[in-house]
Write a protein that binds this ligand. Sequence first.
Ligand code: TUI
Length: 319
Amino acid sequence: MLSTPVCDRLGMQYPIVQGGMAWIATAELAGAVSNAGGLGVVAAGNAPPEWVQREIRRTRELTSRPFGLNIMLMSPFAAGVVETALAERVPVVFTGAGNPGPLIPRFKAAGIKVVPVVASVSLAKRLERSGADALVAEGMESGGHIGEITTTVLIPQIVDAVNIPVIAAGGFADGRGLVAALAYGAQAIQMGTRFAASVECIAHPNYKQRIVQARDRSTVATGHSLGHPVRALENSFTRRFAELEKSGCCREEIECYGMGSMRRGLIEGDVENGSLMAGQVAGMIREVLPVSTIIDSIIAEAELVLKRLAAQAGSAVHA
Ligand code: TUI
């Protein structure tokens, strides 16, 4: 059975964590992933605390297994969502798009595990000192808000820099990737785009179809001029966004253009005028599958790859 120490620490059967995707990582997806042996995650995104509380309670109705809550620290509701996480005693808190250091002692005092998402070695080291239980190291292949370093370069450097478990994110969708992450010293993978294109995800079918149709060069990163680059499937929205950035028009106008774009793309299914955040790995996803099929096939493939590698290593030794 493919398992690592972080599986016990966070309460999952397999080393597969679901990414915290704003708007679409709801109780349906989190419950399905936890029930299938991974760690499901509800994403707060920019939602208010009342919505987050409802999703946490719905997740508990759908699964008896542990799950996580992803708190997006750039959200105007982040402080309220922190209080909700504490009051509801969610088993694991993930954070993204900011430094959660000052919040960690309160979570720990409440018995909540804290797993910040980081995109640099310096923040990884700082958060280990602040008491993080594990880290998600996210490369720039990811969808949504991204850092600047690729997964293959970021993961080994963070693994070498800290003594807490590292979960690799950005570019993972299959069993080969899981084995590669383990080879780099990570103890699990986190996948967003692969689970966005699952049957259980509440995202609009048009968005899932765009992921399935995507090829290697289908995503682009925009928003560099605003200081927070975002990766999404290229469409009319990203092209117009890039034009606005190049034209040098003011920050407010660009930010205003981006408002409501996630809801339009992911929920309403307007795949030309909405934001279709997705990772580069979209090019590897061929069909929309049930969560349990996704997880079982990744574990089965990883075990096969490990066997093949062991056999190859054996024959190399005896050659
Ligand atoms: O957070 C993400 N991915 C996201 S958040 C999001 S919602 C959004 N909507 C509109 C515009 C922008 C975002 C969509 N996707 N991933 C985790 C992540 N965190 N990646 C990079 C970081 C990060 C960046 C800076 C973590 C810490 C950080 O620290 C800055 C500091 O204060 O040191």
